[in-house]
Ligand binder design. Structure first.
Ligand SMILES: [Zn+2]
Ligand SMILES: [Zn+2]
Ligand SMILES: [Zn+2]
Length: 364
């Protein structure tokens, strides 16, 4: 074996990890580890040394930084009569790579606030977590002074498109950190809304229709109906800030106008006491419970319309006809409605009205 080649090879091995076959020691694969995440395999052939060696970069890297014969001074100015050591070329290459995989100032800000690392030249890889630890990934490619460009993973593309971002076209007025924050907020908003809609979908007792308006707001029209056919209709608006901002719930229609005001109060208190983890379904369940509570046709003991004992309703739907088709008792003191069967059992036990607590001794 040529002593010169062996010497060149050994100089490389002192500094870099590399592979080669014994029969071809001048054909090496050099492993460059620039960060814990970025590694490159560089093919090197210097069997004709001191003639100019051949350096082959991975194709993706070559696309990003070009032909090493042009950007490496050692190769560009190669002189076979006064050649540098091969290891010096690798050092030069490593230096250049180190420089371009170094985050710029805007990228550094993103790395402080989010889970992000450099994944290639001018390329920052960002990982965002959302509900139920679901992850969304994307790359920011940013070679200043050019504006940044973004590349979303297919999973992220399903819920958000790059052209929906408001901050990106306004770079540099908005910097990378503003762009990533917007993406993060939008992901949280959309995954949360998808989750809410899935929960709503499972509820057969709540009619709903959903539409998205141009300003990004989502409107859900719902109708909650209880077994007495009493109902209310609510319009729920979810802004792009949801769930940081509460849902706006508006009462559109209610079967009993007398409870409209009280129901509006309930909606206002839900709005004011909004907590991010509350779900829309939970809010609607509160509304439904309220509806049942206020109904004169729902027994305030068993909370049903039809009596669990005799099967008759508190009141038949046709006014003026009453009697044997009904199972009804109203408390003379508070006017609350009960099934007669439920009332009898309750008075035997409590000896008072379960709503107003007025003592009751007469069973019927
Ligand atoms: Zn009852
Ligand atoms: Zn009954
Ligand atoms: Zn009472």
């Amino acid at each position: 074996m040529d002593n010169n080649l062996e010497k060149e090879r050994d100089l490389i091995l002192q500094e870099y990890s590399a592979d080669y076959e014994d029969e071809n020691p001048a054909e090496m694969i050099i492993y460059l580890s620039l960060t814990p995440e970025i590694h490159y395999q560089i093919q090197l052939n210097f069997k004709n040394f001191p003639e100019k060696p051949e350096i082959i970069l991975p194709s993706a890297l070559k696309q990003e930084i070009g032909d090493p014969n042009r950007f490496l001074t050692h190769l560009r100015e190669w002189d076979p009569h006064n050649p540098p050591h091969i290891v010096e070329i690798i050092r030069e290459l490593e230096g250049i790579l180190q420089h371009i995989i170094y985050p710029n100032d805007e990228m550094e800000n993103v790395m402080m606030e989010f889970n992000a690392h450099m994944s290639g030249p001018y390329r920052l890889h960002v990982l965002l977590y959302s509900y139920k630890m679901k992850t969304y990934e994307f790359d920011i490619i940013h070679k200043k002074p050019h504006p940044p460009s973004l590349s979303f993973s297919p999973e992220l593309e399903k819920i958000l498109k790059v052209n929906e971002l408001r901050t990106l076209p306004k770079w540099p007025r908005f910097s990378l950190i503003d762009i990533v924050r917007e993406i993060s907020r939008k992901i949280d908003n959309r995954t949360r809304i998808l989750d809410e809609l899935k929960k709503l979908e499972k509820r057969n007792d709540i009619q709903k229709s959903v539409r998205r308006s141009l300003n990004g707001k989502l409107t859900i029209n719902t109708r909650i109906q209880i077994e007495t056919n009493e109902f209310c209709e609510l319009e729920i608006k979810l802004s792009e800030e949801f769930p940081l901002a509460p849902p706006e719930m508006e009462l559109k229609n209610v079967s009993d106008d007398k409870i409209r005001e009280e129901m509006n109060e309930l909606l206002i208190s839900q709005y004011n006491q909004w907590q991010h983890a509350t779900t829309i379904v939970e809010l609607l369940d509160d509304v439904k419970a309220f509806l049942k509570n206020k109904s004169k046709l729902i027994c305030q003991i068993c909370h049903h319309y039809k009596c669990p004992k005799c099967g008759k309703p508190i009141q038949t739907q046709i006014r003026g006809i009453s009697g044997e088709n009904e199972c009804r008792k109203n408390c003379a003191d508070c006017q609350a409605s009960f099934h007669r069967c439920c009332w009898v059992e309750q008075i035997k036990l409590m000896r008072k009205c379960p709503v107003c607590l007025t003592p009751k001794t007469i069973l019927f």
